[in-house]
Design a protein around this ligand. Structure first.
Ligand code: MN
Length: 283
């Protein structure tokens, strides 16, 4: 299934160029007076929602996807995790470009660990990303995101994919500088996710997802998850050794070479095998 969140929290099933509005299935979700459990309630309930969504698809109202406001397909993750320096070619460019390394030696992911991006930074397809500063470099980072489906704590790489709900395209937007990544990568709109969530059953091999990013039609980044230093199962093992992953948690798996500064008016477009096309405009 390809699931989207559209027009202020409607749930949609993407069928080609159309979206079936299956929001009716949300009526059965549990409600809480205060403090819901950690994680996204739709992703947590996906196994029970799935047959109802599929049953409703034929009769649900259809809307052309082109006219819809698409939000990040996961509404309420407890965390958005970033994987720094997880492609060898990006390690090389980071250590070559002083606008990236700022005088430090950049190390690969095993020495760096992972970082967190603020959940408030989430944005979806079609977002206009405002540049927070006029005098600082802001880069696009094209990434494949994995969305956790079942809680994961101290999970082995061998069992990791059983905890995955699906995959989406992501932009880990970044202000360059010497400050902590968690600050520089958490500006409003700097965690772009979408255009929808493709459930794990539709991705034959998450270790072989090709993707390409263009800016104003010109290719800047093109790679494949087969080139990750730490694979998706290894990333889940790594981070779940530190904290529990809840349904809806997002891991942005890292960016390949080709990161570059964006400026006002740029149109950024990211495509990935089986994942659609994610576009944003720099405001
Ligand atoms: Mn990144």
């Amino acid at each position: 299934m390809k699931l989207c969140r559209f027009n202020s929290n409607r749930l949609g099933l993407v069928l080609g160029d159309e979206v079936a509005d299956v929001s009716e299935v949300l009526d059965g979700l549990p409600c809480w007076n205060w403090v819901p459990p950690a994680g996204d309630p739709v992703i947590a309930a996906l196994d029970t929602l799935r047959p109802r969504i599929e049953a409703l698809a034929a009769s649900a109202p259809r809307l052309p996807i082109a006219g819809l406001q698409l939000d990040a397909p996961v509404a309420a993750p407890s965390k958005v995790i970033g994987a720094p320096v997880n492609y060898h070619d990006h390690l090389e460019e980071a250590n070559t470009d002083s606008g990236i390394h700022h005088g430090s030696v950049v190390h690969p992911i095993d020495q760096m660990g992972c970082f967190l991006k603020a959940v408030s930074a989430l944005a979806g397809h079609g977002a206009v990303l405002e540049l927070p500063f006029t005098d600082r470099r802001v880069d696009h980072e094209a990434e494949i995101a994995v969305v956790i489906g079942r809680s994961a704590r101290r999970v082995s790489a061998a069992a990791a994919l059983e905890h995955v709900a699906g995959y989406a395209l992501a932009l880990d937007m970044t202000v360059r500088g010497t400050q902590e990544r968690s600050l520089r990568k958490s500006c409003d709109g700097f965690a772009v996710l979408g255009p929808w969530l493709t459930t794990a059953d539709e991705i034959a091999d998450p270790g072989a997802i090709g993707f390409e990013l263009t800016v104003n039609g010109e290719t800047r980044q093109a790679s494949d998850t087969r080139l990750l230093i730490r694979s998706i199962p290894e990333l889940i093992e790594m981070v779940s050794a530190y904290y529990t992953l809840h349904p809806g948690d997002v891991i942005m798996t890292g960016t390949p070479a080709g990161v570059s500064p964006v400026s006002s008016g740029d149109q950024v477009s990211l495509t990935g095998t089986g994942l659609g096309r994610l576009e944003v405009v720099i405001g």
